[in-house]
Design a protein around this ligand. Structure first.
Ligand code: GCO
Length: 395
């Protein structure tokens, strides 16, 4: 039988961004401090980013022009709670109007409550090393969800907690730049607690809004003798969070590439396989692998939503090839009965790629990063719009 090319009716087509990567002027969080600290791996500060704090209508219009059914964006906690227990109703109102603008355009707003950045006042008292932060996060989520519950279509509690733990407390790439295995495991534990508290708080404040975690997953390939290192890697970066999703409404899966595990841990990219700007292989087949593993690990009890998949490349044709192959993998999963609710391309626009700055270009839209911050659709945006309109893999 010819491979399927059509997606189920109601399949959710979206794109995603994160506050600190697009808004600009996020001066009150741990990342702004990190970007301006001496001798960190940051190549440049986020600065004005894409000025999206002031250009919400333009960004929503870009999603509407592509005919998208969802737009995933994150809240900047440090704008909403600039000091401990000081609450900005103006910032909450800004995000409420963002949700309303999406709904008015026929787009479901998917709101991420924590996407890598933490208010300075909280980071300065230990941040995610402190168990009390899980409580603070739960309180934050409950209070915001009470204000957005009637205009929010879906909630992601935490974006890639294991990435924050690994890059911030093992690899030294993210704030606070630590390298301590014990701290890494403690941060994971605090994030697990924070997720559970966030789910309860969001459900209490916004009954009926589906809630889940947005988990970084890698398609691990074991090479001779790599079983033990693979099991350890999965346990620390994925399983600890997969185990915390019981009872959630969905599982967000975020995948970019594969990783080969050998007897001594992570292996270098395979000879002959292209390596991208972020240092990992061009491997679009990875999404199928992680969707299958997520489905198996949750015993098919949780609908899956691809909350991030994309490629940092200056070659827009390569972007189209990457997404096409990734979507073929989603179709194969659907054909095998795996409940994939939708696909979210990362990202709507070229933006601040954390320690790597603005060089990696993940966007369907390019941004002239000086006033008036003109947005220009790439051919991949037109191709994606055709796929969305057809609800099928076209040309
Ligand atoms: C992540 C983050 C995004 C990145 C994207 C490209 O998964 O690291 O959610 O903020 O920008 O993944 O690396």
């Amino acid at each position: 039988m010819a491979p399927m090319s059509t997606f189920p009716d109601g399949f959710l087509w979206g794109t995603a961004t994160a506050a600190h990567q697009i808004e600009g002027g996020n001066t009150n969080n741990d990342w702004w401090s990190w970007e301006h600290k001496d001798r960190t791996p940051c190549v440049e500060p986020s600065g004005d980013a894409c000025d999206s704090w002031h250009r919400r209508p333009e960004d929503v219009a870009l999603c509407a022009e592509m005919g998208l059914s969802t737009y995933r964006f994150s809240l900047e906690w440090s704008r909403i709670e600039p000091e401990d227990d000081e609450w900005s109703t103006a910032a909450v109102d800004h995000y409420r109007r963002q949700c309303e603008a999406c709904l008015a355009a026929g787009i479901q707003p998917v709101v991420t409550f924590h996407h890598f950045t933490t208010p300075r006042w909280l980071a300065e008292r230990g941040g995610w090393l402190e168990p009390a932060t899980a409580d603070r996060f739960g309180d934050f989520c409950g209070r915001v969800a009470a204000a957005l519950g009637d205009v929010m279509s879906r909630a992601c509690t935490i974006n890639e907690p294991s990435a924050v733990a690994a890059t911030g407390y093992i690899l030294g790439l993210f704030p606070p730049g630590a390298s301590d295995e014990r701290e890494f495991h403690r941060v994971n534990e605090v994030f697990v607690d924070a997720h559970r508290r966030a789910v309860d708080a969001i459900r209490a404040s916004a009954p009926g809004v589906p809630v889940g975690i947005a988990l970084a997953m890698t398609d691990y390939h074991v090479v001779e003798g790599g079983d033990a290192s693979l099991a350890r890697m999965r346990a620390d970066l994925e399983d600890v969070f997969l185990a915390a999703t019981a009872g959630d409404d969905f599982l967000g899966v975020q995948t970019y590439s594969r990783m080969r595990m050998g007897p001594h841990g992570v292996m270098p990219p395979e000879d002959g396989v292209e390596v991208l700007a972020l240092g990992y292989e061009y491997w679009p087949e990875a999404l199928e692998g992680t969707l299958r593993r997520a489905w198996e690990a949750t015993a098919g009890k949780l609908p899956l939503l691809v909350t991030e998949n994309g490629i940092g490349t200056d070659d827009d044709e390569q972007r189209i090839r990457y997404v096409r192959t990734a979507l073929q993998g989603v179709l194969a999963c659907l054909a095998d009965g795996i409940d994939v609710l939708g696909y979210t391309y990362w990202s709507l626009m070229d933006n601040f790629e954390w320690a790597l700055g603005y060089a990696p270009r993940f966007g369907l839209v390019e941004v002239d990063r000086s006033a008036p911050f003109e947005r220009r659709r790439k051919p991949s945006a037109d191709w994606y719009a055709r796929v969305v309109k057809a609800n099928a893999l076209v040309d």
